[in-house]
Design a protein around this ligand. Structure first.
Ligand code: 5RP
Length: 231
């Protein structure tokens, strides 16, 4: 099975978490796209759901495939959000934001009763941090915010290499108009501590550590989809 097949299998398995009439948060990225496509097929078959997208890209795909879209303003409480991840560990802690949608993904996931993560098996890690941690920052004073991020890392006894994310040679701009600094750390033994420190920095809007948000991970493997459920 390729990673793509595993993502697709996990996405299809996630349909079980969507009941008729559900309000569904739609994640962002290639795995989430498989879910959006599978959900649209279900809707064609008669399932009635309302969806909130976590990015312009997901909104466009979902609308094109005929999903009924709403907003978090109209529906502030969702039943379930199904999204991908860049990494997850045994404590259901995640790194997200590889696609740059972490802020809206976190808002939508925490507005949902359940967050279900769908992933291929390469995303499972013992310790978070191999994937560079995306930190969404206000463009103003980006270098000043950068050194405060660096200081937060040192307080946690970590070292990181900070890189402003670029697209086509220019600073990447998130759907919310912010910049992203990708921080290569290597291993984050205490993600909760780093989460708190990063959140306290003026100029940091949010970051890709998702702590105590995800309750279920569906991981595609060569032998089928493995389910991890919290508690
Ligand atoms: C986007 C994300 C994605 O869920 C994450 O990057 C995984 O992407 P993919 O499913 O393409 O591997 O957090 O901001």
């Amino acid at each position: 099975m390729t990673a793509e097949d595993q993502k697709k299998a996990a996405a299809i398995a996630a349909l079980e978490y969507v009941h008729p009439g559900a309000r569904v948060g739609l994640g962002t990225g290639s795995t989430a796209n498989h879910f959006i496509t599978a959900l649209a097929e279900k809707v064609k078959g008669g399932l009635d759901v309302e969806c909130v997208a976590t990015s312009r890209a997901s909104f466009q795909l979902a609308s094109r495939l005929g999903l009924k879209m709403t907003t978090l303003e109209k529906q502030p409480h969702l039943d379930v959000t199904v999204d991908g991840a860049d990494e997850f560990d045994a404590n259901f802690q995640l790194i997200k934001g590889g696609g740059g949608a972490l802020l809206v993904e976190k808002i939508v996931a925490t507005s949902s009763r359940y967050m279900v993560v769908i992933a291929d098996q390469s995303k499972k890690v013992e310790t978070l941090g191999k994937f560079p941690l995306p930190v969404e920052v206000v463009p103003f004073g980006v270098n000043a915010t950068g050194w405060k991020i660096d200081r937060a890392l040192r307080i946690c006894d970590l070292q990181g290499k900070l890189k402003l994310r670029l697209k086509d040679g220019k600073p990447f701009v998130t759907d919310s108009g912010n910049a992203i600094i990708d921080v290569s750390i290597g291993a984050i033994p205490d993600p909760r501590r780093l989460d708190n420190l990063l959140k306290s920095i003026p100029g940091v809007i949010d970051h890709g550590l998702f702590i105590d948000i995800c309750g279920v991970v569906l991981m595609g493997t060569d032998d089928g989809v493995q389910t991890f459920r919290k508690g």
